[in-house]
Design a protein around this ligand. Structure first.
Ligand code: CDP
Ligand code: CDP
Length: 220
């Protein structure tokens, strides 16, 4: 599978990874992996079973045996559409708590790598370039200021009909940044050779076009 091109897009929460990755995949006709959804699913499945995010030995079998189907933009867990449930900020927090455990991360490696299918894959997360697809042909580290990211998340939640508080969002986002960047296992950081893209004052379309340009250049 190493001749199948991968575009790895890593970055902090609400930097625009998912939106940009999905659009790049669409433009190229590539597959798409939302790796964060897997950690959110472990967070949700453990929550439903009353399991603490601190209990690594109980979380590992859940991560190994996730019964999930990705259908277009819907996520089906044990036959139930959980797309909206896993998008809640509370589940993002739980995801980052289960994601600190080595055993949980290892249990999800093969499942992520299986998304690498012809003609190519766009994968977004925290460790796509550093751990899961180290031979990705195009590596992008996507960022934006904390304020811009909190503002984006706020608008996204309001648009979906959820209530949100910008100050709480900003604090949660800073906490999650710290947890993701400071953990010992696969911390969020840019790898050597990654293209840095600060989207604070960029439109989605500009970001998508920049990634496509880098990918095109890597193919020559
Ligand atoms: O996947 P990640 O958490 O990094 O972010 P996202 O869910 O793709 O993007 C968060 C929100 O920011 C979405 O509503 C995007 O439409 C918006 N966004 C934006 O306004 N400008 C950008 N340059 C990128 C994303
Ligand atoms: O969309 P957003 O960036 O807020 O979150 P996400 O990509 O859905 O990821 C949720 C949490 O899962 C992150 O805060 C990370 O702690 C964890 N995660 C990870 O550790 N490794 C990945 N490849 C993806 C997500």
């Amino acid at each position: 599978s190493s001749n199948i091109p991968v575009i790895a897009i890593d970055g902090p929460t609400a930097s625009g990874k998912g939106t940009v990755a999905q659009q790049v995949a669409k433009r190229l006709g590539y597959h798409y992996l939302d790796s964060g959804a897997l950690y959110r699913l472990v967070g949700l499945a453990s929550f439903k079973r009353g399991i603490s995010t601190a209990s690594e030995s109980d979380l590992i079998p859940i991560a190994k045996n996730l019964n999930v189907i990705f259908q277009e933009d819907r996520v089906i867990l044990d036959g139930e559409d959980v797309s909206d449930q896993i998008r809640q900020e509370e589940m993002g927090k739980r995801a980052s708590e289960v994601a600190v455990h080595t055993g949980v991360r290892q249990a999800l490696v093969a499942r992520q790598q299986a998304f690498r299918q012809k003609p190519g894959l766009v994968a977004d997360g925290r460790d796509m370039a550093s751990v899961i697809f180290t031979d990705a042909v195009t590596k992008v580290f996507l960022t934006a200021s904390a304020e811009a990211r909190a503002d984006r998340r706020y608008k996204q939640l309001i648009a979906k009909g959820f209530s949100a508080n910008i100050d709480v969002l900003l604090q949660d986002l800073r906490d999650r940044d710290a947890r993701d960047a400071n953990r010992s296992q696969s911390p969020l950081k840019a790898v050597e050779g990654a293209h840095h893209l600060d989207t604070t004052s960029m439109t989605i379309e500009e970001a998508v076009n920049q990634v496509l340009k880098w990918h095109q250049a890597s193919q020559n």
